[in-house]
Ligand binder design. Structure first.
Ligand code: AMP
Ligand code: MG
Length: 388
């Protein structure tokens, strides 16, 4: 049995070889850059107008209007001193322009332009290279591409990016009693709900499952299922059958597949019977079958590894420290991850904390952490991990 800190440290310290691939920019949201990205040219590429208004030759309050340039125009009308050119936002500022004045601060009479006040040199001109110089670093390798990132990379003219590959993830649920939702139950059976929850959690964090399989509590079938899944999976997630019951075959089946144990059992509640192992560069988590335990363990332990395997520096769920909405006493000798809801900037610990109870977790958005025997007073800060 390991402490939570040790378990997380073991996961974080795994050396992982990362592969990259080139993807289309439009498909790159949430992907992680596999190389530094530098500007191929100055941005903006030319001096351009920040306003709809007038490009001014010299700094005065009266000008003669001599023409017009709009965004995208190739023509250049160079204003002499005392001349102004009608200009629009994004249009190339003619050479020799002293400043641009926004149209709201002017008055036009025939071909004469009058300014409310004297302009300042360079005003309302977006200078060539003011955002980025050619060759300047835009994003480091390991940058996670956001919507704005796609905008930025597109403005540099790139339609493809080199990103880290995502891990190939497979899922195996085990249990004689499990029936897929939609089917009908015989006595003693329950619906298999973990795969749906874990696949959804994967998707919500930008990952997908390459295949899910449901296997009976049968040692040989589990062993074969693991062998098959490990042929192409980089990460195998199992649920159920990892505890100490007579029908819990997963641990032995992993051993017989040559999986090295990195830890088994974590001093925590829920999710004590959690297994983490490795075979060459493939990682294996066996999560406890209880629905809330399995999903908590996914968020706390599996997610950080998946992030690491996709090149992210991220460390799992965002950790927040917020005031508790009420008192809470952990009377047990194990630290607990509690189903909780962050609301009005406080953490409300939800009812129905049982490790089989997924409903309360479904109504919350976070997991709150309380040490063994710790008492949390209303209003004191409680460590909380934001799920969504
Ligand atoms: P186990 O870890 O296999 O001992 O299972 C612990 C509890 O979780 C038992 O009550 C199981 O019936 C339940 N359980 C295991 N796997 C699943 C699953 N995939 N979906 C829903 N409940 C499950
Ligand atoms: Mg079972």
């Amino acid at each position: 049995m390991v402490e939570i800190k040790q378990a997380l440290q073991i996961i974080r310290s795994q050396d992982v070889p990362l592969d990259s691939e080139v993807v289309s920019l439009k498909d790159s949201l949430g992907r992680v850059l596999a190389e530094d990205l530098r500007a191929g040219f100055d941005l903006p590429g030319f001096d351009n107008s920040a306003m709809d208004g007038y490009a001014l030759g010299g700094l005065q309050q009266e000008y003669k209007l001599v023409g017009e340039v709009a965004a995208g125009d190739l023509k250049e009308i160079i204003p002499k001193i005392g001349e102004a050119v009608r200009i629009f936002t994004g249009a190339k500022v003619p050479q020799g322009t002293s400043a641009v004045i926004m149209q709201e601060k002017t008055e036009v009479k025939n071909d004469l332009l009058f300014l409310d006040q004297l302009p300042v040199e360079g005003q309302c001109i977006r200078k060539k290279g003011e955002e980025l110089r050619s060759g300047e670093l835009v994003f480091n390798s390991s940058y996670k591409i956001t919507a704005a990132g796609i905008g930025m990379i597109g403005s540099l003219g790139l339609d493809k990016v080199k990103v880290f590959k995502k891990p190939v993830i497979r899922l195996i649920t085990t249990g004689n009693e499990l029936v897929a939702p939609g089917g009908s139950l015989q006595g003693g059976q329950i619906y298999e709900s973990n795969s749906g929850a874990i696949v959804a959690a994967l998707n919500s964090k930008g990952f997908t499952s390459a295949g899910n399989e449901q296997i009976k509590d049968d040692f040989e079938q589990i062993k074969t299922g693991i062998a098959e899944a490990l042929q192409n999976a980089g990460v195998l997630i199992l649920s159920g059958g990892i505890s100490v019951g007579n029908y819990d075959f997963v641990k032995q089946a992993l051993e017989e597949n040559g999986v090295d144990e990195l830890f088994y059992k974590v001093k925590q509640k829920p999710g004590k019977p959690l297994f983490f192992g490795r075979k060459e560069n493939k990682f294996i988590f066996a999560l406890p079958g209880n629905p809330a335990s399995s999903l908590s363990c996914f968020y706390i332990y599996v997610l950080p590894l998946l992030q690491k395997l996709s090149g992210l520096a991220g460390n799992g769920l965002l950790e927040l420290h917020l005031p508790a909405a009420s008192d809470f006493q952990n009377r047990g000798d194990r630290p607990v991850f509690l189903k909780a809801n962050i609301e009005d900037n406080t953490v409300r610990i939800l009812n129905a904390q049982g490790s089989s109870m997924i409903g309360s977790m479904a109504k919350g958005n976070a997991l709150a952490f309380v040490e063994a025997f710790e008492k949390i007073e209303k209003g004191s800060l409680i460590k909380t991990f934001l799920i969504s």
